[in-house]
Design a protein around this ligand. Structure first.
Ligand code: SAM
Ligand code: DTB
Ligand code: SF4
Length: 346
């Protein structure tokens, strides 16, 4: 980074000091400023990679990747109007509303995921929020069953109140995924049926129940770099940081309002992963949606920049993911290792 143009404690000086080794970026911070985040984001790519990699290696085993499997337990027909989502009933997409899966089907899928090498199993539902009653009771049983298989259990079910979070914790749930998706400002043009503060309230309920937090977002929705930085600043304000930060590249699904957006530049994706690694140095950073449009080399560079988890299996919720064979081949070619079940802790 060139000469500092702003005063101490902010912007360019943080990036400069980090490059000189004068500040310790490995310690979690909760007070990131926009100018600091942007200055890191705009570093020459190799300088950004060097910093992110050094921070990554302080906490994580080099080249180790966690495999997670995702299953849609309730697909489509969602009342929310999230502009990116093929499951919203506001958009005409190829996704049809389906009935919720039963416990047996879910546990068979979890068993297959375990046999294939996944250590974490995440169950997703196309709901705005969880409603108490027999359907939620079924989710509770699914969580108990997944835990009995020795897998980490994660759910993403929409908004949760404190009591629902407590019941999920009692059932053994390890993690809850609820993404901020983008910055507070950009959120308004992406979702109108719920607020950013409602998202944050659910995350607080999850944290207070003692469940680990999985929260990240999507890039490639037309947002600015400042929006991406604002989203990471908001996530990093949480104390502790979310244990898991999924970075999704928008999957441009036909029929959604974002279908015609241009593809994301892979270097932008790498920069975002590196910045997430720097701003939340001890969190798992997950390469989530959008990998089918990335080369193997882009994905590996994202891992070099600090990503250490992928969704493993042919499908995400309703869209394609690289197949298991393809991922195993990437893991083999790069000499990566897969996290063992006993080490799976977040
Ligand atoms: N309904 C729940 C909710 O919204 O929290 C859980 C499921 S929702 C599909 C989980 C996340 O998937 C969203 O928050 C969003 O980040 C991600 N997602 C959905 N559609 C996507 C797309 N087309 N591209 C990338 N990520 C997407
Ligand atoms: C996350 O951040 N990405 C995953 C998981 N959390 C639940 C979901 C991606 C969904 C992509 C679109 C689809 O397959 O429907
Ligand atoms: Fe529904 Fe979640 Fe999709 Fe939004 S992202 S439409 S809440 S399934």
């Amino acid at each position: 980074m060139r000469e500092s143009t702003t005063g101490p404690g902010n912007s360019v000086s943080t990036a400069n000091a980090a490059l000189r080794g004068d500040v310790d970026l490995g310690q979690p911070r909760h007070d990131w400023k926009l100018a600091e985040a942007q200055a890191l984001h705009e570093l020459p790519l190799f300088e950004l990679l060097d910093l992110a990699r050094a921070v990554h290696r302080r906490t994580f085993r080099d080249g180790e990747v966690q495999l997670c499997t995702l299953l849609s337990v309730k697909t489509g027909g969602c009342p929310e109007d999230c502009a990116y989502c093929p499951q919203s009933s506001h958009h005409e997409t190829a996704v049809e509303a389906e009935k919720m899966l039963d416990e047996k089907a879910v546990l068979e899928a979890a068993q297959r995921a375990k046999a294939a090498g996944s250590t974490r199993f995440c169950m997703g539902a196309a709901w705005r929020e969880v409603k108490d009653g027999p359907v939620f009771d079924r989710v509770i049983n699914m969580v108990k069953g997944v835990k009995e298989l020795g897998l980490e259990a994660c759910c993403t079910l929409g908004m949760l109140n404190a009591d629902q979070a407590r019941r999920l914790k009692e059932a053994g749930l390890d993690a809850y995924n609820h993404n901020l998706d983008t910055s507070r400002d950009a959120y308004r043009s992406i979702v109108t049926t719920r607020t950013y503060d409602e998202r944050l309230a659910t995350l607080r309920n999850v944290r207070e129940a003692g469940i680990t937090v999985c929260s990240g977002g999507i890039i490639g929705m037309g947002e600015s770099v400042a929006d991406r930085c604002h989203m990471l600043i908001e996530l990093a304000r949480m104390n502790p940081h979310p244990e898991s930060v999924p970075i999704n590249a928008l999957v441009r699904v036909a029929g959604t309002p974002l279908a015609e957006l241009p593809p994301l530049d892979p270097i932008e994706f790498i920069r975002m992963v590196a910045l997430a690694r720097l701003m939340m140095p001890q969190s798992m950073v997950r390469l989530s949606a959008g990998r089918t449009e990335m080369t193997r080399e882009t994905q590996l560079l994202a891992m070099y920049a600090g990503a250490n988890s992928i969704f493993f299996g042919d499908r995400l919720l309703t869209t394609d993911n690289p197949g298991k064979d393809e991922d195993q081949e990437m893991i083999r070619a790069a000499g990566l290792s897969c996290q063992k079940p006993a080490a799976a802790s977040v």
